[in-house]
Design a protein around this ligand. Structure first.
Ligand code: ZN
Length: 217
């Protein structure tokens, strides 16, 4: 397979030569498609594949577009979706359950996917429900560990809404645990971040947890 390297001209410069470059060439700010393409070609060569065979010819470009999409959130600020709120005298818990998300495990660059449940106890500021999903979407589109993703979402809500309490629970399956390593399909990783009254007051915490887990489909 190594013979293929000489069949077509190799991409100019080795991968290491290019690592110093900081300019971006792709369409999205901060995403360098050409650089990803070179790296993917290197990986294909490194595992003993022939990147110039027909089925793989477009793969580096495809993977570059995929990473641009999966990691778009690195270049977006989720807090912009929390700036527009309504002043409401609603002082009960607001909870949105089962917000589906797909993210990428930063240790293996494999997907983890699941659902987010976000609750908060407003203190005069109420946001549109879809904004919670927007925040999840942006934070998910970064290389992540689930623990940090949970904490990031909770901190965002706490600081932007000045809510009396914020509760974020994430449930996800990690393909790095199902397709490789210990290979345990079906395992679910649950993380939670509690802020304000949900952290300090046990009955408030029990209330929000039962709202999240009652009558699950
Ligand atoms: Zn992993």
């Amino acid at each position: 397979m190594s013979a293929s390297k000489s069949v077509l001209p190799s991409i100019d410069g080795s991968l290491t030569d290019e690592l110093e470059e900081t300019e971006f060439i792709g369409q999205e700010p901060g995403i360098d498609h050409a650089r990803i393409e070179r790296a993917v070609r290197e990986i294909l060569l490194a595992v003993g594949e022939d990147p110039d065979r027909e089925g793989l010819l477009q793969t580096p470009a495809r993977v570059a577009r995929m990473y641009a999409e999966l990691f778009q959130g690195l270049h977006e600020d989720p807090s912009v979706h929390l700036k527009k709120f309504f002043n409401e005298q609603y002082d009960e818990v607001v909870l949105v359950r089962d917000i589906s998300f797909n993210s990428t495990c930063e240790h293996h660059l494999l997907p983890f996917m699941g659902t987010a449940h976000i609750g908060y106890l407003p203190d005069g500021k109420v946001i549109g429900l879809s904004k919670l999903a927007r925040v999840v979407e942006i934070v998910a589109r970064r290389p992540q560990v689930q623990e940090r993703m949970t904490e990031t979402i909770a901190n965002l809500l706490e600081s932007e809404l000045q809510a009396k309490g914020v509760a974020v629970v994430l449930e996800a399956t990690h393909t790095c645990m199902t397709v490789r390593g210990v290979r345990k399909p079906g395992s679910l990783c649950v993380t939670s971040a509690m802020k304000g009254i949900f952290r300090t007051n046990l009955s408030s915490r029990s209330e929000i947890m039962s709202l999240i887990y009652t009558n699950r489909r």
